[in-house]
Design a protein around this ligand. Structure first.
Ligand SMILES: *Cc1c(COP(=O)(O)O)cnc(C)c1O
Length: 463
């Protein structure tokens, strides 16, 4: 036995021999040489282990080796990989939140693969500001006096508070002292910015008088926070933006509104309840509004601050800005995304988040039927059906509203739902499904038609 193991180990091909195989040479032309070598070593090491543990009694033929190396390279060259989102949650925080519009691609390429005027004024030939590039387009879309863009909305809130409140007090309703996920807790952000929270009202009800009574010489501003992933329902009351704006104006302090998602179109067209857009929040009297780039806006990760010029000027001088600054790839993607909002109809068509939300029940049914038919043809062991279900907006938006959808459900007599889910997840292009009623659900709302072939080949591979 030991002799056989030693024989097999001695027969394992050397890395150099494998590197000279035509199929591997071809791989080395396509992939970085280091990655090809690492894949060969990984495959050899796996086989060595199998031989030692006596689960393998024969070595693979060279063509099989080549195939294994190719698989290893494709699957494991990168840690960060594309996946297919079959969960139906449109803004899925764990799956990269929003995917970008195809139209953004060209602008990212143009800016990232070349030099650019990132911090250079082409008119005067002197130093410019990276923060200038988005000012005009966002002003046009929101009517804001000024604009500043940072790394994400958490950074935006931190910069706003650390500039405008500093070591003074900020009034926040007890109903809005929320945790947003990823441990972004409003009370902690206020504290780490150096400010002091003055809690007003109660969890379910806050009145204008509560703010009025809390207002002192020490008050640096009023903060209103969108409760995003959490709702207080029933016996509730909060103070409107116009009423708070009046109070803040009289005290000559800023009214800051952390909107979270930041809308640029009316969401009622998708059957969702009304929420103010960024423009409306400013029109109603907010001095500063902050929001994310990669929630319902459907752009790259970023935090956008809009509002009164006198406040934004102070933020631009804050040393902290350097640590929160946005990079050129993000800037280019964000500018190209905002460009689409000049025509709201086109934004809905071409920004994936909005397009997915715009799909009607009938659209989803049609898509699901197409996918189900392809999958049933590709599999002998799975039962494929189309079922009615619901999708979620995600990203902390509209927590208690769902959208009617259709899913393709997969069921196997041979393996458990959990096992099937794992197989889908570890397929060539990972497919993320949801389990319900002991079946794997693929919600077509978040799957592009061009992704169907990936699912078909994964199902074929199952047999
Ligand atoms: C999501 C959210 C944040 C954090 O935004 P990021 O872009 O994830 O940093 C802050 N405030 C509110 C109200 C949010 O919904």
């Amino acid at each position: 036995m030991v002799k056989r193991i030693q024989e097999l180990l001695a027969q394992l091909p050397a890395v150099d021999i494998l590197l000279k195989r035509p199929a591997i040479e071809q791989l080395a032309a396509e992939y970085p040489r280091g990655a090809v070598k690492a894949a060969i070593q990984e495959v050899l090491s796996n086989i060595r282990q199998e031989v030692l543990q006596q689960v393998r009694q024969e070595l693979p033929e060279l063509p099989t080796f080549e195939q294994m190396i190719t698989e290893e390279l494709v699957q494991h060259q990168f840690s960060l990989r594309r996946v297919i989102n079959g969960t139906g949650t449109v803004i899925h925080t764990n799956l990269g939140r929003s995917s970008l519009s195809k139209r953004v691609k060209q602008q990212i390429e143009e800016i990232s693969f070349h030099y650019s005027n990132l911090e250079f004024d082409l008119e005067t030939g002197s130093r410019g500001s990276r923060y200038s590039h988005l000012v005009e387009i966002i002003k046009e879309l929101t009517g804001a006096e000024d604009v500043l863009v940072v790394n994400n909305n958490a950074a935006a809130v931190l910069l706003v508070l650390s500039t405008l409140i500093k070591d003074r007090e900020v009034l926040v309703s007890r109903g809005e002292l929320v945790e947003i996920g990823g441990a972004f807790r409003i009370p902690d952000v206020i504290t780490s910015s150096g400010g002091t929270i003055v809690e007003v009202g109660t969890t379910n009800k806050t009145h204008l008088a509560d703010y009025q009574q809390a207002l002192t010489e020490e008050t640096g501003g009023i903060l209103k926070v969108h409760t995003s992933n959490y709702r207080i329902v029933g016996f509730t009351e909060s103070v409107s933006i116009p009423a708070l704006a009046k109070l803040a104006g009289e005290a000559d302090i800023p009214l800051i509104n952390d909107l979270g998602s930041g809308l640029f179109i009316d969401m009622r067209q998708f059957g969702l309840p009304y929420e103010p857009t960024v423009k409306e929040a400013l029109d109603q009297g907010c001095d500063i509004v902050t929001f994310s780039g990669d929630k319902l806006l459907g752009g790259p990760q970023a935090g956008i601050i809009v509002g009164k010029k006198k406040y934004l000027q102070q933020m631009k001088k804050n040393q902290l800005l350097r640590a929160l600054r946005i990079d050129k790839m993000t800037l280019s993607a964000l500018e190209a995304t905002f460009e689409l909002y000049r025509d709201p109809g086109q934004a809905v068509q071409e920004i994936p988040v909005l397009h997915m939300l715009s799909l009607t029940e009938a659209d989803c049914k049609k898509k699901a039927m197409v996918l189900a038919e392809e999958l049933q043809k590709s599999s002998s062991s799975l039962t494929v059906t189309v079922e009615k279900d619901t999708s979620a907006v995600g990203g902390g938006s509209y927590p208690e509203h769902s959208l009617p959808t259709y899913v393709v459900s997969l069921h196997s007599e041979d393996i458990s739902a959990e096992m099937l889910q794992q197989k889908l997840r570890t397929s060539h292009t990972p497919i993320i499904s949801r389990i319900k009623n002991q079946k794997n659900y693929l919600d077509v709302r978040t799957i592009e038609e061009e992704e169907f072939p990936f699912i078909t080949s994964a199902i074929k591979a199952l047999g």
